[in-house]
Design a protein around this ligand. Structure first.
Ligand code: BGP
Length: 479
């Protein structure tokens, strides 16, 4: 639909930015913090780009006041951050580490003092390593109780000040990288286990939402799903079917459970045929229904295009580009279901991510049609090389262009009838990219941190910082 006039962004729209504990905090072993799965994983040679770690990251743990000051200067309305489970419970459960709680207490107070709405993510991938070692973390149903206890402590402590909560960040990404591709901890390739792990994560997600209602009755909570809407490569019905398969198995598989407590039928039949269905216990579906979210959080970076993939000799695992050398990624697929193929209609970044603002509009509309839930865009942004010119100037016009085009698509989606209440750009400051080091930058604020050598970590406002300030000031009228 081409609108003659676009609706305005809602009053009180949450113009935000996002981060995750492991990617910004550093201080990996300070003040009683325990070891997380990522603290351990990054020490395995060859797992991250040039061996980068979050030991120091961008030292937000010690510089959070400076960072919040910059947020306030920008006029940011919301800041999404995650809590490191191992700061609060160094071993995943047991005694609370008060020092860890205090850090988030101070951060939240600082945000509120500056008129910035905190959006707290309970889990952004850094699992206590001791739980991984004790019972395999997400591989055991025991995680449900431990994750719930940890979350309840946060509800009790911060529920009076934090209204918006994200339960699990990108369950589809941390489980697939962790259990299908071996690129995230615990570095396994086990398809059957992958589906079982997901079932546990779904139950844990529902369990914390159920508890949330008791402790934060006026709050809002939902998961953040990494949604890459599936396109068909052509109008050939076999490609259309491939895209449908991908949408069902890669997207509905998670979002349906979150929003309706049910697994989608086609995906379930496929898994039954392959002997991959998770073990379901009595009471599981009841719990899932008790954990319905208030909104769907969406992390959108790109759409993906699919074509048919033969059962015999079809394409399997692909290759990610984590070096920033354009054109080095390789297509992936599941034989008999689908395979990815480059979309000639969209540009790509240096890390081979499609730049597709309309894909965001399509994603928002699909969610609205299928689930009829309010939506929070909990991540969207451009990872690119940035260059610091003389006088500490960073002209990141490409980032402005990326964000502007996505905001127009959002405004179109709002005009289409999507109930969207916030937009968090990934990210506020530059930060560590899990597998891509520091050179893949997302921030409005440059941080002088690199893969090699010691650096002063100074913060420099990029051109996009001033541009986003103008967007916020005008509530999206000046894009
Ligand atoms: C999402 C994660 C973020 C962030 C972002 C950018 O999947 O939730 O934590 O890292 O992607 O990804 P990357 O760092 O791989 O470019």
């Amino acid at each position: 639909m081409i609108h003659q006039t676009l609706k305005c962004f809602p009053k009180d729209f949450l113009w935000g930015a996002a981060s995750a504990a492991y990617q910004v905090e550093g201080a990996w072993d300070k003040d009683g913090k325990g070891m997380s799965n990522w603290d351990q994983f990054v020490r395995i040679p060859g797992k991250t780009y040039k061996g980068t770690t979050g030991d120091m990251a961008v030292d937000h743990y010690h510089r959070y006041q400076e960072d919040v000051k910059l947020m306030a200067e920008m006029g940011l309305k919301a800041y999404r951050f995650s809590v490191a489970w191992t700061r609060v419970f160094p071993n995943g459960r047991g005694e609370i580490n008060e020092k860890g709680m205090e850090f988030y207490d101070h951060l939240i107070n600082e945000l509120i003092k500056n008129g910035i709405e905190p959006i707290l993510t309970l889990y952004h991938w850094d699992l206590p390593q001791s739980l991984q070692e004790e019972y395999g973390g997400w591989e055991s149903r025991r995680i449900i109780e431990d994750f719930t206890n940890y979350s309840v402590e946060l509800f009790k402590r911060f529920g009076d000040r934090v209204k918006y909560w994200v339960s699990l960040n990108e369950q589809n990404i941390f489980t697939s990288h962790g259990y299908l591709h071996a690129t995230h901890p615990p570095g396994m390739k086990d398809e059957k286990l992958f589906y079982q792990v997901n079932h546990h994560a779904n139950l844990a997600n529902a369990s914390v939402i159920k508890e949330f209602r008791k402790y934060v009755p006026n709050g809002k909570i939902g998961p953040s799903f990494a949604y890459s809407p599936a396109y068909a490569a052509s109008s050939n019905p076999i490609d259309i079917l491939a895209a449908e398969n991908a949408e069902e198995l890669n997207n509905h598989w998670w979002m349906d459970i979150y929003a309706s407590g049910k697994y989608p039928k086609m995906a379930w039949s496929y898994l039954e045929e392959k002997g991959l269905t998770p073990i379901i216990e009595k009471g599981d579906f009841e719990l899932l229904l008790e954990g319905m979210p208030d909104f769907m959080g969406v992390n959108y970076y790109q759409s993906t295009t699919f074509e048919s993939n033969p059962l015999e000799g079809g394409i399997g695992a692909g290759k990610m580009n984590t070096t920033g050398e354009k054109g080095t990624s390789k297509d992936s697929g599941i034989p008999g279901l689908f395979k990815t193929i480059a979309n000639p209609n969209v540009e790509r970044t240096n890390w081979d991510w499609n730049i597709d603002p309309q894909g965001l509009r399509i994603a928002l509309r699909r969610i609205t049609s299928r689930y009829d839930l309010p939506v929070l865009i909990s991540e969207n942004g451009l990872g690119e090389y940035d260059q610091v010119d003389q006088g500490d100037v960073i002209n990141d016009d490409y980032r402005i262009e990326y964000l502007r085009s996505h905001m127009i698509a959002i405004q179109e989606a709002i005009s289409d009838g999507v109930d969207l209440f916030g937009y968090c750009v990934w990210s506020f400051t530059d930060l560590l990219s899990w597998l891509n080091g520091f050179q893949k930058r997302y921030g409005f604020v440059y941080v002088n941190q690199h893969e090699e050598g010691d650096h002063d970590l100074r913060r420099i406002k990029k051109k996009s910082f001033f541009w986003y300030k103008g967007v916020i000031d005008s509530n999206g009228e000046k894009l």
